[in-house]
Write a protein that binds this ligand. Structure first.
Ligand code: P6P
Length: 337
C-alpha cells in the first residue's frame, strides 16, 4: 500500500529547499496535530457540551461559539509551542497572539488564521473549515512579532491551506509548488496523500453567492449572475447555484468541479465581508496555484498591500475564465457610469 503521510510528504519536499533547516517541516507537523485535535471535537460536536454560544462577541461582532474558541485556543497554543511560529493573527482575537517563551520569540514564521470558518453551520451539521496563511517574519528574531510581519501582500505567503471538516476531514495546502490534498484516516490518525497536484477546471457551471443579497450587489455583479441564470446555448441549461455559507466548503467543491465564488461589496458590507489576511489571501494563493484566479472584481487579491489585521475586501475566486468574464461585466458597467 503506497500510503504517504503529510509528515512524510513534507520531509520528501524539504530537499527542494536547499536552505531548509526543518523549521517549516516542524511548523506543519504541529499544524497537523492541532487539526486532528479539532477534527475530534468537531466530529463529536453534537455529543459533548461544546455547542452553542459562550455569550462572547468576537472582533467581527459575531456571536462567538464554543467551537470557534476551542479551535482558536488549540491552533494558537500548538503553533506557538512549535517554537517556529512567533505570532498569530486570528479572526477570534483583536490583537496578535504571541508568547513570552524566549524560544517562541526566535520563531521565523507568523501565521494568519481563521480557526473555524463558517462556524454558524456547526449546529446544523454542515461542513466548516480552518484556513491558514504562513509568512516569514520581517522583524528581528528574539523579539515579539511586529504588525508589519502580518501586513505583507499575499504574494509573500510561504504557504497557505485549509482543513475542511466535512464527510471526511481533509488538509489541503500549497507552498507555491502546486496544491496537494491529504485525507485524515482516523483509524491510524494520519493525514494521507489523496489528491496530488489539484487543478481547477478553466471554467465550470457552478456559481456560489448569497442570492439574498442580490438587490444590494453592484450592477456588474448583477449582470453576471443574470448571465449565469440564462440557458447556456450549448447545454440549454443555466448554471447551478450552490452556496453552503462556508467559504472552505464552497471553494473546495468549486476547485474540484470548476465554479466561481462571489462575495462582493454590499450596502451592509461596503468593503465586502471576507477578511483579507486569513480568508482571501490563503484561498487566493491556493486558487492561483491550482490554475484559478482571485480578485476583488477590480484588482488581483495577492497583490494587495494590507492596511490592518481584520481588513475586509470584496472577494471573487474560482475558475480563471469565469473570474475574467465577471471582471469584464464589472468594467463594462463601471465605464457606463
Ligand atoms: P453570509 C462565514 O461566516 C463566511 O465568512 C464564509 O465562510 C461564508 O462564505 C460567508 O461568510 C457567508 O456569509 O453573509 O452569506 O452568511
Amino acid at each position: 500500500m503506497n500510503l504517504i503521510t503529510l509528515s512524510e510528504f513534507i520531509l520528501q519536499r524539504q530537499v527542494e529547499y536547499p536552505k531548509a533547516k526543518g523549521e517549516f517541516t516542524r511548523l506543519m507537523h504541529h499544524l497537523g496535530v492541532a487539526a486532528k485535535i479539532v477534527h475530534k471535537k468537531v466530529s463529536k460536536a453534537g455529543l459533548v457540551d461544546i455547542l452553542g454560544s459562550i455569550g462572547n462577541i468576537n472582533v467581527q461582532g459575531e456571536d462567538q461559539k464554543k467551537l470557534d474558541v476551542f479551535a482558536h485556543e488549540e491552533f494558537t497554543e500548538m503553533m506557538l509551542a512549535s517554537e517556529e511560529c512567533c505570532g498569530i493573527a486570528s479572526e477570534e482575537s483583536e490583537q496578535i497572539v504571541c508568547s513570552p517563551n524566549p524560544h517562541t520569540k526566535e520563531g521565523g514564521y507568523v501565521i494568519c488564521m481563521d480557526p473555524l470558518d463558517g462556524s454558524s453551520n456547526i449546529d446544523v451539521n454542515v461542513s466548516v473549515g480552518t484556513i491558514f496563511s504562513i509568512y516569514r517574519r520581517l522583524s528581528r528574531r528574539g523579539e515579539n512579532p511586529a504588525l508589519e510581519d502580518f501586513l505583507q501582500p499575499g504574494d509573500e505567503q510561504v504557504a497557505a491551506g485549509y482543513i475542511i471538516y466535512g464527510s471526511s476531514t481533509m488538509l489541503v495546502y500549497t507552498t507555491g509548488k502546486g496544491v496537494h490534498g491529504f485525507t485524515l484516516d482516523p483509524s491510524i490518525g494520519e493525514f494521507c496523500l489523496s489528491n496530488m497536484d489539484m487543478k481547477t477546471p478553466k471554467k465550470g457551471k457552478i456559481y456560489s453567492t448569497n442570492q439574498g443579497n442580490f438587490a444590494h450587489y453592484p450592477e456588474g455583479i448583477k449582470e453576471y449572475i443574470r448571465y449565469c441564470q440564462e440557458d447556456d446555448p450549448a447545454s440549454k441549461r443555466p448554471y447551478t447555484l450552490r452556496y453552503i455559507g462556508s467559504l472552505v466548503a464552497d471553494f473546495h467543491r468549486n476547485m474540484l468541479k470548476g465554479g466561481i465564488y462571489i462575495y462582493p461589496e454590499t450596502v451592509s458590507n461596503p468593503n465586502g465581508k471576507l477578511r483579507l489576511l486569513y480568508e482571501c489571501n490563503p484561498i487566493a494563493f491556493l486558487s492561483e496555484q491550482s490554475g484559478g484566479k482571485a480578485s476583488t472584481g477590480y484588482e488581483r487579491v495577492l497583490s494587495i498591500k494590507p492596511l490592518e489585521l481584520h481588513q475586509r475586501i470584496p472577494f471573487i475566486v474560482g475558475s480563471a475564465e469565469m473570474v475574467d468574464m465577471l471582471e469584464k461585466f464589472i468594467q463594462e458597467k463601471s465605464s457606463i457610469k
